[in-house]
Design a binder for this molecule. Structure first.
Ligand code: KIV
Length: 278
């Protein structure tokens, strides 16, 4: 029998995250590929395969064009890289709004084909009924209120939400309905501190903020924003790296070395062995 001990990392579960209400802040980042998942996994409680992949990786101008197949492909990659974090996968626009059974069939595909433990969906008017239907059938759901990027064609821009009293009340009600429908946690995006605080104090599920102040039970950022991949980042993003600058410097250095024949050098070259003297 082998004496080698098998290293096993226990993956966080939906109840683990649910239990963090009012406790240790939940650390969540978006993630779209296996190597990045492997690097970020030890530091994150939740990795979200966000439909922001459409903009961050595929160069789309919004998340509306993202398909279920794209989410499944990126979800599979992230699951290969992440061992400890709970992996949550966004349901893309058009995959859950038309009817409860379609939403269920698509969410089942996501969980079966990726091995992830939960889905996230944006809490538009039909979302509470959908969340209730999915949760009762064994699919954990994370909700998402405030700025809803999939509604860009209704809203016309990605501006912060809840600025007037009517909109504020609607978002608070949506967060209540989302939590009551059985969501295990709720993302709050792009709202003022006072509204994020009120939602966090009102609902009994952990809130995870993005552009929603520190008054949440956790925080999420789009990984490409916090790594500095874009020239412009929104006010609420803190850049922890300058990957755009690093990649630019690396590409320029490589191009210069190839053009000046400094790359490849001898150390980067294979040589055939000299035939042995007879
Ligand atoms: O798709 C995404 O990246 C998201 C975050 C903004 C929470 O939904």
């Amino acid at each position: 029998m082998s004496s080698q001990r098998q290293e096993t990392v226990k993956r966080l579960t939906v109840p683990d995250i649910r239990a963090r209400k009012g406790g240790e802040p939940i650390v969540m980042l978006t993630c779209y590929d296996a190597p990045t998942a492997g690097i970020m996994d030890p530091y994150c409680d939740v990795l979200l395969v966000g439909d922001s992949v459409g903009m961050a990786v595929h160069g789309l101008s919004s998340t509306v064009g993202v398909t279920l197949e794209m989410m499944i492909l990126h979800g599979q990659a992230v699951m290969r890289g992440a061992k400890r974090a709970l992996v949550v996968i966004d349901m893309p626009f058009g995959s859950y709004e038309a009817g409860l059974e379609t939403a269920y069939a698509n969410a089942v595909r996501v969980l079966k084909e990726t091995g992830a433990q939960a889905v996230k969906l944006e809490s538009g008017p039909t979302a509470p009924a959908t969340i209730d239907y999915l949760v009762k059938r064994g699919i954990p759901v994370m909700g998402h209120v405030g700025l809803l990027p999939q509604s860009i064609n209704i809203d016309g821009s990605f501006r912060a939400k809840g600025k007037d009293e009517a909109e504020r009340a609607r978002i608070l009600q949506s967060a209540r309905d989302t939590a009551d429908a059985g969501a295990f946690s709720v993302v709050i995006e792009g709202v003022a501190e006072s509204l994020a605080r009120e939602i966090t104090e009102t609902i009994d599920k952990p809130t995870i903020g993005i552009g929603a102040s520190a008054a949440c039970d956790g925080q999420v950022l789009v990984v490409s924003d916090m790594l500095g991949m874009f020239e412009w980042t929104p006010k609420f993003v803190r850049r922890y790296a300058d990957l755009r600058g690093e990649i630019d410097r690396a590409a320029a250095g490589y191009a210069e070395d190839v053009r000046s024949r400094r790359f490849p050098a001898e150390v980067e070259t294979y040589f055939s062995k000299k035939p042995a003297a007879t």
